[in-house]
Write a protein that binds this ligand. Structure first.
Ligand code: TTP
Ligand code: CA
Ligand code: CA
Length: 673
């Protein structure tokens, strides 16, 4: 038996010496657990997602009893709804007025806002009426997110933890090494050397476990061909059970220490654990065993699988005339490659089989930061725009300081990206952030102005403008010349400019960039994932920049207002939830999203919802690029050499120098100058 990844459906015939049933797994597989090999078939990965996250933050802050319906309001819309409120049929599609009709006792808490003239965010009773002058602050939720992260980490052994913060309310944990160590403790026979010292020898079957105690976990049913057999549990079952115990303890700690509930999925990789955590909510955990993968996935439309929604999902649906995982399973990989390109075809082939070798990456937390505002009414002057650019620059800078270690010169963003919307068109320009000067608020503001100035001078029509968003990305460590994955994600012209050390904002659009892009890079990007982007952008009839890593921490949210802020990753079930609600509750209007069919109650809400798709697409594409890179590396047996990045995790939250004493916990300040 080789150490190659397991096949999708596990071979159920007993292996090993006749008469003595041996495990499916080898000594090598077992030792791979300890080194977090991402092709190890005994790998254990968990995904944790906070239930109704912003709503829980407000409940904890306000001391709201757990059974009271509460929603988080942003202007007239709702962006998070706790489960008691959901039982009244309240969802993100509701306005506050509609929600109050459904549940008169609903506590509707407006998000904190920045307000011009005041230098800190605050919870303001009159925020909802200040959509023109206020800007949403998500700092309180970021702070809670960090506290939760700290508790999770504190409950995992320091030397055996690998935790990735995937968004404001989600983490992945690779529990393999910890499970390995517990396995050896509980089953000392596993510590014996393999027969003949041959690591490809199969392990003995687990001796003392004929029935595993899954406690209250939701256990996904076994695939049909396994369900009919009385198969004894094998080591993958035991390992995942141990993982499930660990997750139960971590969830209990988060609940006991901070009063937050979350849901979790435990499986052999990120793809499946993420689907698992959304499977049963709230406050539950779902285990997807190796032998249950087929059945589990066949219950999903592939468009519900992470990264397979959106444009790529549409493309696959069109190409193969189906949305069903089951139908797509019969399509040979060559055909997928032919229709979708090599990388994407292979990626889709693996994904629908539950194969995902992407790493749980504890190195980086933040890939980009975005600050944005939708204008109602639209703005019409450079002066107005400049005022907002100052606020965005201050907002981003304060987050860079808090989260990014920028003051210690640990990490700094390399690119700035500015999107603006005029009518139905969104345009973007970006430029490198000059490395020659200290990065401060003023520097960000100056560059934002320069980029915006270019837009104004180059475009014939800018006003009225209904949305501006400013983001920084392409984070690098104090070390220069580090061309990691981020560099891969840079558009050709940016990367070019960066490598050439071009000092100032050579802002260009995607068309120019494409032409400048070196042939090799163009092939890699166009042939793969990124083209789905490009297509999306051009479908707006617009020249857009492509992601420089936008969205990982701050993708847009389809709130009713368009502060394109918010946590990033959105569970795959989201589209479903929307459709569901849209079906029986949303008012009938012409404002239907062509992507997911949800109806929204106004053109503004639709626009905001599309903002969210846009940012999520950026994020998804980045994740796909990472996954593709991971599989490519694995395939080339280069995993060991796979770029151990010199990046460090974002710095722990630290106090800003000179901050006045009287601020709320987690309070940061803007200098509106
Ligand atoms: P989600 O994890 O998608 O949703 P949730 O935590 O509110 O609910 P669930 O129990 O289903 O996981 O998003 C996390 C937070 O991100 C959410 O509390 C608010 C914010 N968000 C928005 O602001 N707008 C959105 O459209 C979505 C999906 C999320
Ligand atoms: Ca959540
Ligand atoms: Ca989430």
């Amino acid at each position: 038996m080789s150490s190659s990844p397991p096949r999708f459906f596990r071979d159920s015939s007993p292996a090993g010496a006749p008469g003595r049933k041996r495990s499916q797994f080898t000594y090598r597989h077992l030792s791979q657990m300890a080194s977090y090999s991402n092709t190890c078939p005994l790998r254990v990965v968990a995904h944790l997602d906070l239930d109704a996250f912003y709503a829980q933050c407000e409940m904890v802050r306000l001391g709201t009893p757990p059974d009271k319906p509460l929603a988080v309001q942003q202007w007239q819309g709702l962006i998070a709804i706790n489960y008691p409120a959901r039982s009244f049929g309240i969802g993100r599609h509701c306005t506050v007025t509609e929600a109050k009709k459904l549940c008169p006792d609903l506590i509707s808490q407006h998000v904190a806002t920045w307000r011009e003239g005041d230098d800190k965010w605050a919870y303001r009773p009159d925020a909802a009426e200040h959509v023109v002058t206020d800007k949403v602050s998500l700092d309180p939720y970021r702070l809670e997110s960090r506290r939760i992260m700290a508790v999770i980490k504190a409950h995992l052994p320091p030397s055996l933890q690998k935790v990735e913060k995937a968004s404001i309310d989600e983490v992945f944990m690779d529990l393999s090494a910890q499970c390995h160590s517990i396995l050896l403790e509980r089953y000392p026979e596993l510590a014996n050397p393999p027969p003949y010292d041959d690591p490809t020898e199969q392990l003995p079957m687990p001796s003392s476990v004929s029935a595993l105690d899954w406690q209250a976990d939701t256990l996904v049913d076994l695939d049909d061909e396994h369900a009919s057999e009385l198969t004894d549990p094998d080591w993958d079952d035991v390992a995942i059970l141990i993982g499930s115990e660990i997750v139960r303890d971590v969830r209990a700690a988060v609940k006991n220490e901070l009063r937050y509930t979350c849901s979790a999925g435990i499986a052999r990789n990120k793809l499946l654990s993420k689907l698992g955590s959304a499977y049963k909510k709230p406050n539950q955990q779902t285990v997807v065993r190796g032998r249950a993968i087929g059945k589990f996935l066949s219950g999903f439309k592939f468009t519900k699988i992470r990264n397979l929604g959106g444009k790529l999902g549409e493309e696959v649906t069109r190409a193969f005339n189906t949305e069903e995982v089951g139908d797509l399973l019969s399509v040979p990989v060559e055909q997928l490659k032919l229709k979708l390109g090599d990388d994407t075809g292979r990626w889709v082939f693996n994904t629908i089989r539950g194969i995902d070798n992407s790493e749980v990456n504890s190195r980086t937390q933040i890939k980009s930061m975005l600050s944005a505002k939708s204008f109602r009414p639209s703005i019409n002057t450079l002066e107005q725009a400049t005022k907002w650019l100052r606020i965005f620059a201050a907002d981003i800078f304060s987050r860079l300081v808090e989260e990014g270690g920028v003051l210690e010169n640990k990490r700094r963003p390399r690119t700035m990206n500015l999107h603006f919307r005029h009518g139905t068109q969104t345009r973007s320009r970006q430029g490198p952030i000059p490395s020659g000067r200290p990065l401060d608020e003023e520097a960000l503001f100056d560059l934002a102005k320069a980029i915006f100035g270019q837009i104004v001078s180059l475009e014939s029509q800018v006003w009225p403008c209904s949305n501006i968003s400013l983001s920084v990305g392409g984070f690098e460590d104090g070390i220069t010349g580090n061309m990691g994955i981020d560099a891969f994600l840079l558009r050709g012209d940016e990367a070019h400019a960066m490598r050439a050390g071009r000092p100032q904002a050579t802002v260009g659009d995607a068309t120019v960039g494409d032409e400048e892009r070196p042939a090799e890079k163009r092939r890699r990007i166009d042939g793969g994932i990124q083209r789905f982007f490009a297509r999306k952008e051009t479908s707006h009839g617009v020249s857009h920049g492509v992601s420089n890593g936008l969205g990982s921490d701050h993708a847009a949210a389809p709130g009713k207002e368009g502060d394109m802020l918010g946590s990033s990753v959105v569970s795959e079930s989201r589209g479903e939830a929307y459709r569901h609600h849209a079906h029986h509750e949303a008012p009938i209007t012409a404002d239907v999203c062509s992507r997911c069919n949800v109806s929204l109650e106004s053109p503004e809400a639709l626009q905001n919802h599309q903002d969210w798709h846009f940012a999520k697409d950026l994020q998804d594409a980045e994740e796909r690029v990472n996954s593709t890179l991971a599989s490519r590396e694995t395939a080339a047996a280069a995993a060991a050499a796979a770029a151990p990045s010199s990046r460090t995790s974002a710095a722990a939250p630290r106090k800003r120098p000179g901050r006045p004493k009287k601020t709320e916990r987690g309070q940061s300040k803007l200098n509106f100058g």
